[in-house]
Design a protein around this ligand. Structure first.
Ligand code: RP5
Length: 168
């Protein structure tokens, strides 16, 4: 993307990419400039601090942070910036069924919220980030409205299909 990014997507490891990629794909489809990189709270702590502290001045409006296991990245980033942070718990190899990631991201202490999406919920993180961009960008808000209408239409097509079978 050439335009300066509005959304920063970061993840603790390359192994998180399959979960985080749908966030990037949604933003790309919505024509929202984003950046995507690996920032580890434990393996690159200094890089995490620099990333979080510079994000606002670089024009980022919202950060999506994904991590698995002892998933400290979203919460630590939230503690270092006043930007909204969306946390994506990842069911990683080192995770105990995803619960450690979920609780590490969800159970933040008072004062430092992280907007936590579902386990492996990369796509919803992208949609939520787009909703934040939609608060100040009308084209993005229009895109989200169309996206939601399409979801409704899809369900109604399924309803019609079932009705045609006479299973009502
Ligand atoms: C976390 O540990 C990462 O976010 C990842 O989900 C998990 C495993 O990382 P790797 O060992 O695959 O690099 O910090």
């Amino acid at each position: 993307m050439n335009k300066s990014p509005l959304v920063g997507i970061i993840m603790g490891s390359q192994s998180d990419l399959p979960v985080m990629r749908p966030a990037a794909e949604f933003l790309e489809a919505a024509n929202i400039p984003f950046e995507l990189s690996i920032v580890s709270a434990h393996r690159t702590p200094q890089r995490m601090i620099e990333y979080a502290q510079s994000a606002r001045s670089r024009g980022i409006k919202v950060i999506i942070a994904g991590a698995g296991g002892a998933a400290h990245l979203p919460g630590m980033v939230a503690s270092l910036t006043s930007l909204p942070v969306i946390g994506v718990p990842v069911k990683s190899r080192n995770s105990i069924d995803g619960w450690d990631s979920i609780l590490s991201i969800l159970q933040m202490p008072g004062g430092i919220p992280v907007a936590t999406v579902a386990l492996d919920g990369g796509k919803n993180a992208g949609i939520l980030a787009a909703s934040i961009v939609g608060t100040f960008d009308a084209k993005t808000a229009d895109y989200l409205d169309s996206y939601k209408h399409e979801l409704t239409d899809k369900v109604m097509r399924s309803v019609d299909e079932l009705d045609r079978k006479g299973w009502k």
